[in-house]
Design a protein around this ligand. Structure first.
Ligand code: IVH
Length: 743
């Protein structure tokens, strides 16, 4: 495989390398977002592609058992550990598959079926709350003219005299998620999210964990019912610290403070919400017995007396001039606020006027949100860096000449992916326009072509991983290029090692996520084979905190117990993209030995390359039940990478994958290796191969001494000749069908 030179410059000290450790201030948030990558997502959550009704009872029972296990595992991660490893859509697909099989085989429904467990579906996580007063949204104003029009509309609607003063509250628009807090006789009794505005989710227990939200209101005037409305949010510093913690624990990292606040509030287990630093500002109300004042401002004063936090920057203003001055002031101070705001809200102060104005469609006529424009600037793109995420995704980012955008110094910006760079023709040395919108990650919008230096050349995206030098590939239709050196790539190492020892892979007792992370950090293990060489460091292990002679002895014994391992577990443990448990089992069953799989995969890319329809080994791989081109390509890519081959060699020097058990079929061809050649008349080649597998035979693409049987149709050529030379039994299609019991 051709290897272009790596044009990547590694991260400068403290830049991206250890960015998860930098939490203070704003810039590091941007950095941490760009460098953290995504939490590990299992690559093969999908199940068999066979329609549920076509499964045999044995297959159905097997799949139901596996689904029960897998779903329970995901439930545990999602609900208890707050670290799901598959997307909601993939999880739903597993449950749907389970339901389909159960519908087709009702006798096989298991006692531990996921369909019998209550409350596990994420979509039904919370009880619903119908809002007695709808939670509406705000109309937007984007410039001074829109604001002037808003006030003029109010004056017209209320038929105010020209000299009549119109007072408004002016307040920051907090970028979080809105919540409704119901107080009865001053006691917090129910809290809900906005939901669709009519019906929200009951998050009472979660909201009660937020320090800013009083359990009981102080003083008086709140009446029998007072429903407070406001915004739940997270500060920049708390967000960065939380993300750092999440990343260190291998849990979900959030894209921005708003998502983080929403994700933290919508937890099933309130103790998780309690551990997240959420805050609250009150800015309105829903159902109330009687408002405690005649004006919006007066209600805010009352709320503050009751112990509810309102934003300290709120102000009462009386003219368009004052409004515009307030807006400019808030915008200028936005960067140092410490939390995200995306505009300013103006509300008519007099409540009697608010009532007269009422609502139009989904927003009040008496309030408007004056949004901040996305902040833009131009600067020079000094370099393009490539960050390798923990799943091997290569993500480009711009290294910029530092520039202040809306009060924040920006040094890096996302470039999204390879295609985006090509589409915008972004070159190193270009002057680029960057934008920082509500979200905290700045992005490169485009190039100022007039300023392009003569020597600027189109950017060549690396085709090798900048972190480990393995080749990096793009799968059909995917925008992302990925490193294929999962086993040795330092950017992916910890995740891969954790996967390697996980329950359905090597399952080494006493060697879990925590130990693997610590051992890797201290340089004891870098790749899977190192685990099996840990005995060489026995003394060093015993000296470690929390370890002693016995525990180390137990660990080494548990490691030794895995020196022989089922082939399917071995294949799964390698972490080949798209090769999950099911696929690993299929590959094991088809190839029988690791050597056969490896030889097949290596041959599949030779000599004309993968995907070459003339290559028999490729055909064989692609035709393994449930594999297909995408998985086959991933398998070929994995074994094409010399560094993976070295890592696998090192592992095989320590570990022996066992030969896979063949299906216990008793057909006359079970256990035999069959080659089909020439054209078949009553079935396609794929059907014939599938039939052979069903009957417990192994199919091969070429004739060798290991071949037991050749099925030759008209037009058979060199393979038939070779079979005859080797004295291998040759039969025709009719005889094959007869032996298969289908003649
Ligand atoms: S008043 C009837 N005031 O912005 C509308 N909303 O775009 C009541 N928000 O759903 C909303 N800060 O989540 C109001 N000071 C503020 C706000 C604010 C943030 C959010 C709120 C609302 C959204 C509307």
């Amino acid at each position: 495989m051709p290897r272009p030179a790596v044009s990547w410059r590694g991260p400068a000290d403290g830049e991206f390398g250890d960015c998860t450790r930098r939490v203070a201030g704003y810039d590091p948030i941007v950095l941490s977002l760009l460098c953290l990558g995504v939490p590990p997502m299992s690559s093969d959550p999908s199940t068999s592609t066979k329609p549920a009704g076509d499964l045999t009872p044995d297959e159905a029972a097997g799949e139901l058992a596996r689904l029960a296990d897998e779903i329970a595992d995901h439930d545990r991660r999602y609900y208890r550990e707050d670290s799901p490893t598959i997307s909601d859509a993939a999880y739903d697909a597993l449950r749907r598959r389970n339901a389909e099989i159960e519908a087709a085989f009702p006798d096989l429904i298991r006692a531990d079926s996921p369909s019998r467990r209550v409350g596990a579906a994420p979509s039904e996580k919370f009880a619903k709350v119908r809002h007695r007063v709808a939670m509406l949204s705000l109309d937007n104003a984007f410039d001074e003219q829109d604001v002037t029009d808003f006030i003029a509309r109010i004056r017209r609607f209320l038929r105010l005299e020209p000299d009549e003063e119109v007072a408004l509250t002016a307040e920051p628009k907090i970028d979080g998620l809105s919540a409704a807090l119901r107080y009865e006789d001053g006691v917090f009794v129910q809290g809900a999210t906005r939901g669709d505005g009519e019906v929200g989710e009951d998050v009472t227990r979660n909201l009660s964990t937020i320090d800013d939200i009083p359990r009981r209101l102080k003083g008086s005037g709140f009446g029998r019912v007072f429903e407070v409305r406001g915004e739940v949010y997270m500060t920049h510093a708390d967000f960065a610290a939380l993300n750092e913690r999440q990343a260190a624990e291998g849990k979900q990292v959030f894209a921005n403070p708003r998502n983080s606040a929403a994700g933290s509030l919508r937890q099933l287990d309130p103790s998780i919400t309690a551990s997240r630093p959420l805050r609250f500002f009150a800015y309105g109300w829903g159902e109330v017995e009687a408002p405690p004042a005649e004006t919006q401002w007066g209600v805010y004063e009352a709320m503050r007396e009751w112990g509810l936090p309102t934003n300290p920057l709120m102000r009462r203003v009386k003219s368009v001039e004052e409004i515009i001055a307030f807006y400019a002031e808030i915008e200028a101070g936005r960067a140092s606020l410490g939390y995200d705001i995306d505009g300013v809200v103006y509300k008519l102060d007099r409540l009697d006027w608010q009532r007269r104005l009422g609502f139009v469609s989904r927003s009040p006529r008496w309030a408007v949100a004056h949004k901040f424009p996305a902040e833009q600037a131009t600067t020079v793109l000094e370099d393009i860096g490539i960050n390798v995420g923990r799943t091997g995704a290569l993500t480009p980012f711009a290294r910029l000449r530092p520039v202040t955008v809306g009060g924040v110094v920006v040094r890096t910006a996302t470039l999204h992916n390879e295609d985006e760079i090509a589409r915008k023709d972004i070159r190193i040395g270009d002057t680029v326009t960057i934008q920082r919108a509500g979200d905290v990650i700045p992005q490169v919008l485009g190039v100022v072509l007039d300023k392009r230096p003569k020597e600027a050349a189109p950017f060549e995206f690396p085709t090798v991983c900048p972190a480990c030098g393995s080749h990096a590939v793009r799968e059909g239709g995917e925008a992302v290029r990925r490193c294929t050196g999962g086993l040795i790539c330092p950017a992916q190492a910890v995740e891969r090692l954790i996967h390697f020892v996980s329950r359905n892979a090597f399952d080494i007792e006493g060697l879990g996520e925590k130990q693997v992370t610590a051992f890797h950090q201290d340089g004891l293990i870098a790749q899977p084979a190192d685990i099996f060489r840990l005995h060489e460091q026995r003394d060093g292990l015993i000296a470690r905190e929390g370890w002693a002679e016995t525990s180390v002895g137990n660990l080494l014994a548990a490691i030794d117990a895995r020196r022989e391992i089922d082939l399917n577990r071995f294949i799964f443990a390698l972490g080949i993209r798209h090769v999950g448990e099911t696929t690993a089992r299929r590959l094991a069953r088809h190839y029988g030995t690791f050597e056969a799989l490896r030889a097949g995969a290596e041959e599949a890319q030779m000599p004309e390359g993968k995907g070459d329809p003339g290559n028999e080994a490729w055909q064989e791989l692609v035709n393994v039940e449930g594999i297909g081109a995408v998985v086959a390509e991933a398998v070929v890519d994995f074994f094409a990478e010399p560094k993976n081959r070295e890592a696998v060699d090192a592992l095989c020097a320590e570990v022996r994958p066992l030969e896979a058990a063949r299906p216990a079929a008793t057909s006359p061809v079970s256990g035999k290796t069959v080659v089909f050649t020439g054209s078949l008349e009553r079935m396609t080649r794929d059907e014939a191969k599938a039939m052979a597998e069903r009957l417990g035979a192994r199919t091969a693409g070429s004739v060798s001494a290991k071949t037991d049987l050749v099925v030759a149709g008209p037009g058979a050529g060199s393979k038939l000749k070779k079979a005859e030379e080797l004295g291998i039994e040759v039969i025709d299609e009719a005889e094959w069908l007869a032996r298969a019991g289908e003649g």
